[in-house]
Design a protein. Structure first.
Length: 164
């Protein structure tokens, strides 16, 4: 079971999902899913929608510091829909690089919370990987990708993560 309320952030570059993480609130972050205030970030495998390693205050953690719930290997519900929402928003805006924040509603499913023109870079720590190689891969492949589904399929195939 996921800890609610949480925010799923997907970094989208030129309409292609490049990296994702789950952001979880804590008492230290005053109930907000803000990593700079003490919230928890958990990397997400773009291919499967399963969570990877957690971070809090730039330290790796295995369990949520307050609930004790394991952070690793949790399936994000509605994963394909989340990627489609993020990719469509990336295609429709004039931003080449953006962060799409999505929340999950029990009845309605994924809902757009906000779009960030300058999302933070802590997502790289949560995914234990830098963004630059992924952005370069997207630049190289983009001329061959025709449409949202191609972009998502490329992202899921190219950026699949072996559980560490």
């Amino acid at each position: 079971m996921l800890i609610i309320p949480s925010v799923i952030r997907v970094i989208v570059y030129r309409g292609v999902p490049a990296m994702a993480m789950l952001r979880l609130p804590t008492r230290a972050s005053d109930g907000k899913a803000n990593l700079h205030r003490g919230g928890v970030g958990v990397g997400i495998d773009l291919s499967t929608g399963k969570t990877l390693v957690g971070i809090q205050k730039n330290r790796y953690i295995d369990n949520h510091p307050e609930t004790g719930h394991p952070l690793r290997d949790r399936q994000i519900p509605h994963w394909q829909t989340i990627l489609e929402m993020a990719a469509k928003l990336g295609d429709k805006t004039e931003f080449g690089y953006l962060g799409v924040d999505i929340v999950l509603d029990r009845q309605k499913g994924p809902l757009l919370l906000e779009i960030n023109a300058r999302p933070g870079l802590s997502i790289q720590i949560a995914n234990q990987e830098g963004l630059i190689p992924r952005l370069e891969a997207i630049d190289s492949a983009l001329p061959k990708l025709s449409g949202i589904q191609d972009k998502i399929a490329f992202s899921q195939k190219t950026f699949a993560v072996e559980i560490r």
